[in-house]
Design a protein around this ligand. Structure first.
Ligand code: SAH
Length: 222
């Protein structure tokens, strides 16, 4: 991919991206670091070329394997919630997907550990982040419902897929003082939750808003 492709033209140009940033502001995103990371991340390289002209619409788009790239608003909102407690050193992302949220987060935290159960998606994501010279990310092909025990504890956990209930493994791998942002629920509705671990046995949960995420599935796909 050359510079023109990365920079974008027409529907993928800087100006189109700037309009998306303005809309995110209107929708209530306040964290300037998050807005800057959104501005700096060329979403059009995270979708198929045929969909690139829609990359700066505020909507989820298909990325194959029945999965979607998250809506920009939700990526910004979740990043903002995760960072609201202060800087984060080690963060776990469940569901690499296209790598878009990964790329945004990589600019906002020191170390990012990203787990994805569908190998081809993760391989593509890895290539895209290399193109953007984002090097503080480690990838694991695995069931992210299990977390990443070898890297735990995490001071931040963000899930891009919705379990029916928050997996005990993720709760256990959250550091004391850490924050988890996760959609929870099934076909009858999902809610975005912010879970803060106050001490060893104490978790505080705040319901943020209703959301629509793909389900957190168990097992892996090669
Ligand atoms: N933020 C991503 C969202 C991708 S959709 C993006 O913007 O592209 C959610 C992703 O979670 C999918 O890629 C799906 O395969 C993955 N996923 C679902 N269940 C998972 C699990 N148990 N472990 C790891 N990844 C999972």
């Amino acid at each position: 991919m050359n510079n023109i492709q990365l920079e974008g033209i027409g529907m993928t140009s800087r100006r189109t991206r700037e309009r998306l940033i303005n809309r995110l502001r209107e929708q209530g995103i306040r964290d300037e670091a998050v807005l800057e990371a959104m501005r700096a991340t060329p979403r059009h390289i995270f979708v198929d070329e045929a969909l690139a002209h829609r990359a700066y619409e505020d909507s989820a788009l298909p990325i194959g394997f029945n999965q979607t790239i998250s809506q920009p608003y939700i990526v910004a909102r979740m990043s903002e919630l995760l960072l609201a407690g202060g800087p984060l050193k080690r963060v776990l992302e469940v569901g690499t997907g296209s790598g878009f949220q990964t790329a945004v987060l990589a600019q906002l935290v020191d170390n990012l550990c990203s787990v994805e159960r569908i190998r081809p998606l993760q391989e593509k994501a890895r290539t895209r982040l290399q193109m953007l010279a984002l090097r503080n990310v480690q990838y694991l092909h695995s069931d992210g419902g299990m977390g990443w025990p070898a890297k735990a504890p995490f001071d931040g956990i963000l899930s891009a897929a919705a379990p029916e209930q928050v997996p005990a493994e993720l709760l256990a791998q959250l550091a004391v003082g850490g924050r988890m942002v996760i959609p929870v629920g099934g076909s009858r509705g999902q809610q975005l939750k912010l879970i803060c671990r106050r001490d060893e046995n104490n978790y505080e949960t705040e319901v943020i808003e209703g959301v629509h995420f793909v389900p957190l599935l168990s097992g892996t796909l090669r």
